[in-house]
Design a binder for this molecule. Structure first.
Ligand SMILES: [Zn+2]
Length: 396
């Protein structure tokens, strides 16, 4: 690991001095290093790869006018390609090649969860440092299916709302997560209390506040995991595409400071991130929609209500259309998603769908997730949340 660290550092300097960016141009230098340090050539080449990416980050920072020191790795570590090591899942034995004819081996403890993971994919890389071993597993992502229906959702503070549109019906749907904001509020209050109590000792306060933050983060993300899981499951059963607002685009219409803070709040981005990640794993297509005017447009006549705020119920001044504000926004997301379809070939299955707001069955709202379950699943949910976090990174 010490040698690997040194090789990376020398690689960085070599790349910067000679202005190299391509892997091919580093091969020779890697070979000479392998000889010098007397290690497996594959390790030296991986080190050159790491060096290049670090050098690249450095150049990018410089070109943006930011301050940047030439990167230097202080902690010993090793990144190994799959040709240089072998893992036996049954025993957890890892054999790692050091140099020609010389191997080292060590044991790792593997849980059933880990084994499942190794079983499903191919172990691609091993990253070692003085504390842990991380295996990077390549997972096959299923191809996205041709959707035959669409699940369009507007993202709100306490719920995702919208419509599920198939060739036979259009139903309003809602995925409530009221307890998320309750949890957030509770932690907010606690943090403020802490700040008062420990105001004399900044160090202690900062430590405790950070702990509170982590706990809040975990509790919220675990709840969101249950929600996103259920949602993607539903989409899969219906062979639906999921349409969401593109949160990276400005929502438009300005809005006050409070509004912007609400929109930038973490859970909404987090729930989108989770949905997208899980959708990709299961081959559920996702459609991202420009969020502008989704809350102010009449889905029936297309009239855009500018300026005035929309109340809990959306009302069209032109045609008299009335609908719950959040469901209405979801309906507009659905409309926009259908309109932008031709751009994505694999979504053409949706081409046959027609959105007729009047056909929306107003009385039959389906709840895709019953919030009452959250408490009961708290423990298992927590474990699951952790697992998902790992699978997102493709790490073990
Ligand atoms: Zn209208």
């Amino acid at each position: 690991m010490q040698d690997f660290r040194l090789m990376v550092n020398r690689g960085i300097r070599y790349a910067l001095e000679n202005d190299l960016t391509a892997k091919g141009s580093m091969v020779k230098f890697g070979q000479s290093l392998a000889k010098e340090y007397h290690v497996n050539g594959a390790h030296a080449q991986t080190a050159m790869g790491v060096a290049l990416s670090l050098a690249k980050g450095h150049r990018r920072r410089l070109s943006k006018g930011k301050k940047s020191k030439v990167p230097y790795v202080f902690r010993p570590f090793l990144r190994a390609d799959d040709v240089t090591f072998h893992i036996t899942p049954e025993t957890g034995l890892v054999r790692l090649s050091l140099r020609y004819g010389e191997w080292t081996s060590f044991h790792v403890r593997l849980s059933t969860y880990h084994l499942e993971f190794i079983d499903r994919g191919r172990v691609k890389q091993l990253v070692l440092n003085d504390k842990r071993a991380v295996f990077i597993v390549e997972k096959e992502v299923p191809e996205r299916y041709m959707p035959t229906s669409i699940l369009a959702l507007d993202t709100n503070e306490r719920s995702l709302d919208g419509v599920s549109l198939t060739s036979e019906y259009a139903l309003p749907v809602s995925v409530p997560y009221p307890d998320v904001s309750v949890v957030q509020h509770r932690h907010f209050v606690r943090r403020r209390k802490l700040a008062k109590k420990k105001s004399k000792d900044r160090r202690v306060w900062r430590k405790l506040a950070a702990k509170e933050g982590r706990r809040e983060h975990n509790r919220v993300s675990q709840r969101l995991h249950l929600i996103s899981e259920g949602l993607v499951e539903f989409a899969l059963n219906e062979q639906a595409a999921i349409a969401l607002e593109d949160l990276s685009l400005p929502k438009g219409g300005g809005g006050g400071r409070r509004m912007r803070r609400r929109l930038s709040s973490w859970p909404q981005h987090e729930v989108h991130r989770q949905i997208e990640c899980k959708a990709e794993e299961r081959g559920v297509p996702i459609i991202k929609v420009d969020p502008r005017y989704t809350s102010k447009t009449c889905p029936r006549c297309g009239d855009i209500k500018r300026r005035s705020r929309v109340g809990q119920v959306f009302e069209c001044a032109k045609c008299g259309w009335r609908l719950d504000r959040q469901i209405n926004a979801g309906l507009n997301i659905c409309r926009t998603a259908l309109a932008q379809l031709p751009r994505e070939a694999e979504m053409r299955g949706l081409g046959g769908l027609r959105l007729d707001p009047d056909a929306l069955a107003n009385d039959a709202m389906i709840l895709l997730y019953a919030p009452g379950n959250a408490g009961a699943h708290e423990v298992s949910g927590g474990q699951r949340a952790q697992g998902e976090e790992m699978s997102r990174n493709g790490l073990l």
